[in-house]
Design a protein around this ligand. Structure first.
Ligand code: DAH
Length: 337
C-alpha cells in the first residue's frame, strides 16, 4: 500500500508540473471522492492495527503535498495570466501622439471672414446676391445705361442679352434698396466675373465685398471714419487712409482709397512701388439717380458705398505676388496659412 501511495504521489506531482496540465481535472483524479487517493484509503480496513496509523499518516501527508502543489500551480498560473494580460494591454503614455491632419481655411476665406467680422462689429448685416444677375441690377440701376463707356472695363459673360454673370457686387446695393428702406447698413461678399485673361493680377472669377449705408444725414465724413476704422483693424493701428478723386457712375463724389504702406509705413518700398500708399478700394456717396431708381428719396436720404477686391486684400496682407497661386490649390502654398 505504501508503494501505491508513493506512486500516486509521484504521478500526481509530475502531472501537475506540466505547463499544460488541467489542474481541476487532476484534483478530481487524485483527491476527488472517486479519486485514486480516496480509493486507497478505503482499502485501509484490511490493514493491521499497527500499520493503519502509519499508512493513514502517510496518506494525509501525500494529500497535503498534492494540495499544496495544486495551490502553488494555481497561483503560478494566475500570476502568469495577469502578466500576459498586462503585457498585451501595455500602453506607453510617453510615446508622442499621432498628429491628426486637420484642414484649414483658404487664405481668401480667411480674409473674407475677417472682413465680415470687422463690419459685423460695426453693426453691419451681411446680404448676399445672385451671381447670375440681370443687366438691370449689374449696370442700369447703378447709373450705367446700355451705351455707357464704363461697361468696357467690366466686360463680363452673358447668358442672354439681359442676363449676365455679375461683374461686381454693387448690384446687391440696388437689390437691397429696392426691398429695404433706410436705415440700411450692409456688406455683401461674393464672387464676381469679368472676361479678363488670367495673369498675375487678373482672373475671370474673383471676389469682392460691397458696403452700403443709407440713412438721413450720412456724409462723406461717415465714409472716411468707417474706412479708417476698417483699414486700422485690417492692416494695423498706424495705418492712414487717403482719398483720391475718381469716377464711378453710381457714386458722386467718388474716390479711390489708399492705405499707407504697412510695410514701410509710407517711406516707399517694393510693395508700394515707392509710393508709400497702396490702393485698396473704390468708394463714394451713393448717386442720387441710384437712390431714386431704387425708390429712395435723395432729398431725404443720403448714403455711402464702397467696394473692394478680396484677392487684392489677401495678396497685400500675405505678400502674395501672383493671384494664380490663390486658385491653383497647391498644398505647398496653402499650408502656409
Ligand atoms: N464696383 C466697383 C468695381 O468693381 C467698386 C466700387 C466702387 C464699389 C465704388 C462701390 C463704390 O460701391 O461706391 O470696380
Amino acid at each position: 500500500m505504501r508503494e501505491t501511495l508513493e506512486k500516486i504521489k509521484a504521478e500526481a506531482l509530475e502531472a501537475l508540473s506540466a505547463p499544460s496540465a488541467n489542474i481541476e481535472d487532476l484534483r478530481i483524479k487524485y483527491l476527488g471522492k472517486k479519486g485514486e487517493l480516496t480509493a486507497v484509503l478505503r482499502g485501509m480496513g484490511k490493514l493491521s492495527a499497527e500499520e493503519r496509523p502509519v499508512i493513514g499518516q502517510l496518506a494525509n501527508d501525500i494529500r497535503a503535498e498534492i494540495e499544496a502543489k495544486i495551490e502553488q500551480m494555481t497561483a503560478e498560473r494566475r500570476a502568469r495570466e495577469i502578466e500576459e494580460k498586462l503585457e498585451a494591454e501595455k500602453l506607453d503614455v510617453t510615446i508622442p501622439g499621432d498628429k491628426i491632419a486637420q484642414g484649414h481655411f483658404h487664405p481668401l476665406s480667411l480674409v473674407q471672414r475677417q472682413l465680415e467680422e470687422i463690419f459685423l462689429g460695426m453693426g453691419y448685416s451681411i446680404v448676399e446676391g445672385p451671381e447670375v444677375e440681370l443687366d438691370y441690377y449689374n449696370f442700369q440701376a447703378l447709373n450705367i445705361p446700355k451705351d455707357h463707356p464704363a461697361r468696357d472695363t467690366q466686360d463680363t459673360f452673358y447668358i442672354t442679352e439681359n442676363i449676365l454673370l455679375r461683374s461686381q457686387t454693387s448690384p446687391v446695393q440696388a437689390r437691397t434698396m429696392e426691398v429695404q428702406k433706410p436705415p440700411i447698413k450692409i456688406i455683401s461678399p461674393g464672387r464676381v466675373y469679368r472676361s479678363d485673361a488670367v495673369d498675375a493680377t487678373h482672373s475671370p472669377l474673383f471676389h469682392q465685398v460691397e458696403g452700403l449705408v443709407v440713412d438721413k444725414g450720412i456724409t462723406m465724413g461717415d465714409l472716411k471714419g468707417t474706412l479708417e476704422m476698417f483699414a486700422k483693424t485690417m492692416f494695423g493701428e498706424e495705418t492712414k487712409i487717403r482719398f483720391r478723386p475718381h469716377h464711378f457712375p453710381f457714386t458722386e463724389p467718388s474716390a479711390e482709397v489708399d492705405v499707407s504702406c504697412f510695410v514701410c509705413g509710407g517711406k516707399g518700398c517694393r510693395l508700394c512701388k515707392g509710393e508709400g500708399w497702396i490702393e485698396i478700394l473704390g468708394a463714394g456717396m451713393v448717386h442720387p439717380n441710384v437712390l431714386r431708381m431704387c425708390g429712395i428719396d435723395p432729398e431725404i436720404y443720403s448714403g455711402f458705398a464702397f467696394g473692394m477686391g478680396v484677392e487684392r486684400i489677401a495678396m497685400l496682407k500675405y505678400r502674395i505676388d501672383d493671384m494664380r497661386l490663390l486658385y491653383e490649390n497647391d498644398v505647398r502654398f496653402l499650408n502656409q496659412f
